[in-house]
Ligand binder design. Structure first.
Ligand code: F42
Length: 149
């Protein structure tokens, strides 16, 4: 993907992405001390057009991944949510050593319910985050793009 990469303003997130990518997806692949796995989503900024990266919890089923815009139950959506809506076909996902292009779309209705259950099963604190905020936490689905590698 062309463009300048701007790392996260949060030190711990920037460091996780650096470790994850530098090791080829073999180190830094879990969230802090939870031991639960993380994937890294690379996208284009909605306003700047610059490259942004966000680790999120790994919620995989049948080769597809839920991307949960929880931001720890913050009242506001993470900035990257707007990026994915603006450029849903300029997205890459790294799951451990595997990195591939994906298409992303936001889920609603039964699909969202199903993937929300999977998300909470993979990472139970998502339920606490939803209880802590008035916004409905967006759930997006990342599906491999067959036309790109
Ligand atoms: N966040 C989640 O929401 N869900 C998760 O499951 C999750 C897991 C996770 C695991 C490990 C880890 O290290 C971090 C994890 N995070 C998770 C945190 C996640 O990676 C993000 O850091 C967090 O959600 C905050 O995202 P954010 O995009 O709001 O980042 C803030 C701190 C930030 O730097 N914002 C930028 C800024 O300058 O304020 C904006 C960057 C941006 O994308 N700008 C866009 C652009 O055009 O370049 C414009 C955006 C717009 O509003 O249009």
């Amino acid at each position: 993907m062309d463009g300048e990469y701007v790392p996260s303003a949060w030190d711990w997130v920037r460091e996780q992405v650096e470790t994850y990518e530098r090791s080829g997806g073999r180190q830094g692949t879990t969230l802090l001390d939870t031991g639960l796995p993380v994937v890294v989503v690379t996208m284009r900024g909605a306003k700047t057009g610059k490259i942004r990266k966000a680790p999120v919890m790994r919620v995989e089923h049948g080769g597809e991944y839920a991307v949960v815009a929880s931001k720890g139950g913050d009242p506001a959506h993470p900035a990257w949510y707007a990026n994915l809506l603006a450029h849903p076909d300029e997205v890459w996902l790294q799951d451990g050593p595997d990195r591939f292009a994906v298409h992303v779309r936001e889920l609603d209705g039964d699909e969202r319910r199903l993937w929300w259950e999977r998300a909470v099963a993979a990472y139970p604190p998502y339920a606490e985050y939803q209880a802590a905020t008035a916004r409905r936490i967006p759930v997006l689905l990342a599906t491999r793009s067959s036309s790109r590698t």
